[in-house]
Design a protein around this ligand. Structure first.
Ligand code: PHE
Ligand code: CA
Ligand code: ZN
Ligand code: ZN
Ligand code: ZN
Length: 282
């Protein structure tokens, strides 16, 4: 798999920061900063040759949107998906949560195009709306799929917070997830160990957009660098962080800006996303 240039990922974060700044400081559901974020990501994908679709939904008196981008080609009966939520909370611009996942999968998608990848399986990328209001966009997407279309999705990979300043290196645990999820876990762990990173497993839980896919029986996995939880001293030793401090002290705060990103974590995670996408693409 290619090495994803972290400078390109950071450039997307710079654009998302500008969008927040120009729109009242956030990119939240129902607010102009969300739609501007969607237009930015969609513009890049359209120019790169993806087939994009915007799925609208209503929630909490506002219009929400999911952005779905398909890379033409590959076996449509074997779909590999990677997704990230595009909305922020209203308190801040949401650059780590979840500009980081947004920018990481965007740069991986653009690299698929740049390399004109001809995958055996079909690749689909998704940016979800209204995650912060209760996983609304991703749940809407899965609810609207026919059972046939659900069956065609062989893996869903989720990326929500991959640049936390006091970064942990967590891989979603596959054990309690639909069968096939342990294989995704192992693939992501291998990607991390290839980069010299000693990852840990984190309980899958239901706190992000993989939840609807897992409920539908689809194998899921993902990466996470931590939110409000505190780093232990063992973790600080192996990852070079600050023990007793939150992984992200700006989680859901106005200080979740461009400065709230650990570039080393963003780089490693983006490269591991590419490793997983290239491998699953076949
Ligand atoms: N979904 C949470 C948020 O957006 C972040 C999170 C992801 C927390 C995964 C725990 C596990 O705020
Ligand atoms: Ca890289
Ligand atoms: Zn959040
Ligand atoms: Zn999030
Ligand atoms: Zn590798």
């Amino acid at each position: 798999a290619p090495d994803i240039p972290v400078a390109n990922v950071q450039a997307h974060l710079g654009e998302l920061q500008k969008i927040g700044d120009a729109n009242g400081g956030n990119r939240a559901h129902g607010k102009p900063g969300f739609k501007a974020s969607l237009d930015y990501v969609k513009g890049k994908l359209d120019a790169a040759g993806f087939t994009t679709a915007v799925q609208e939904f209503q929630y909490n008196g506002g219009t929400g949107y999911n952005l779905i981008a398909d890379w033409p080609g590959g076996d449509e009966n074997n779909v590999i998906m990677a997704g990230a939520h595009l909305d922020s909370v209203t308190r801040g611009p949401g650059i780590n949560d979840n500009g980081s996942g947004t920018a990481g999968i965007l740069e991986v998608a653009l690299t698929v195009s740049q390399q004109q990848l001809k995958p055996a399986n079909h690749l689909r990328f998704a940016w979800w709306g209204a995650e912060e209001l209760g996983l609304i966009g991703s749940s809407h997407y899965v609810d609207k799929l026919s059972s046939g279309d659900k069956d065609k999705i062989k893996s869903y990979l989720n990326f929500d917070m991959i640049g936390s300043p006091n970064a942990g290196y967590f891989v979603y645990e596959g054990a309690d997830a639909p069968s096939g999820s342990v294989e995704i876990q192992q693939l992501l762990e291998k990607g991390m160990s290839d980069k010299g990173v000693q990852s840990e497993l984190t309980e899958l839980g239901g706190r992000s957009d993989h939840a609807a896919f897992a409920r539908a029986g689809i194998p899921v996995g993902g990466l996470f660098t931590g939110a409000e939880g505190q780093m232990t001293s063992e973790q600080a030793q192996k990852w070079g962080g600050q023990a007793g401090q939150a992984y992200d002290r700006c989680y859901h705060q106005s200080c979740d800006t461009k400065d709230n990103i650990n570039e080393k974590a963003l780089d490693a995670n983006s490269d591991v996303i590419a490793h997983a996408v290239w491998t699953l693409a076949g």
